[in-house]
Design a binder for this molecule. Sequence first.
Ligand SMILES: Cc1ncc(C[n+]2csc(CCOP(=O)(O)OP(=O)(O)O)c2C)c(N)n1
Ligand SMILES: [Mg+2]
Length: 340
Amino acid sequence: MPESAVKASSAVAEITVDSVPQLPVDQLQNMYRMMYRIRRVEESLLELAESGKIGGAMHTAIGHEGSAVGMADALQREDYLTCTYRGHHHSLARGMDAKRAIAEVLGRADGFAKGKGGSMHFIDPSLGLMGANGIVGAQVPQAAGMALASKIRGDGRIAITFFGDGAMYQGVMHETFNMAQKWSLPIIFYCENNRYSEMTPITRTSSVEEMYTFVRAYGMRSVQIDGNDVEVVYHTVKEAAERARAGEGPTYIEGITYRLAGHMAGDLETYRSEEEIEEQRGYEPLVVLKNKLLDRGVSEETLQVIRQEVDAEVEEAVEFAQNSPWPDDAEAYTDVYALA
Ligand SMILES: Cc1ncc(C[n+]2csc(CCOP(=O)(O)OP(=O)(O)O)c2C)c(N)n1
Ligand SMILES: [Mg+2]
């Protein structure tokens, strides 16, 4: 039996729903719609991958939707964002069109990068999305550079960068934490701590599970939150953004979460038990938000209508993407910086 690396997110985090104000129900309903849209897009992508329609590695963030949607609502669209290869959720939450996102993963001409980037290289500067990155940790100093540019220009933009628990022992992370704090950069470091790096649980790679404590050593404000509760994510990111815009420097946020699907499409998942995954389904972001909405007077029928509308929309997006043409051969020479 694999060693379990998980506890309920709400049981371990420092900031939970009890410590933040309630958001308006309308806003929460919109968040539910977006989280469900992300979920359906990623489930559809997994089906497409299983039927052999996706080339290369594809990582989904099923179970991480709370961090993406809470972030997107709390920030401005022009704020810079960088993320990992697991970045569909951030991009969709930020407003990327599902049709063009799926077309991109399928390598089609209607993809937002004309099919050249694929799943691991989502980018759209018009939405502040400055690039997903396949190199663990590499997107973090890039975001610090963007935050430095904003500070020099004084344009009020801030940066947020997402990374996983596995990135925390990359040397460049620590260089960036130190410099960002010393230079008081307007940046938010958001760790999506899902307790696994690929197939290895955090308990086998780190003596310290509370990773947010490392960052306090650099003098940075650092908090651990229930990353599966979108309301908690929203308030924490919003507060960090206000501090950054006021010139008060960076914040590190560690959102405890759990990846419900494999590390990537095709992962055989021999390293964790069915029971562990099943238990986490009780705390996952869509369940947490659904229960919250029901508690606050929204009917199950209303939520069902939202889900049906999104199901139809995503089905249409998959259809669109599959009918999108392959890029022309000549496209191999456009929009590239260097050719070998
Ligand atoms: C520099 C580098 N080392 C190793 C890898 C291989 N690799 C890809 S994903 C991954 C695990 C990262 O785990 P974590 O940071 O927790 O993010 P998660 O996948 O859980 O979201 C590793 C080791 C890589 N892509 N880049
Ligand atoms: Mg991880």
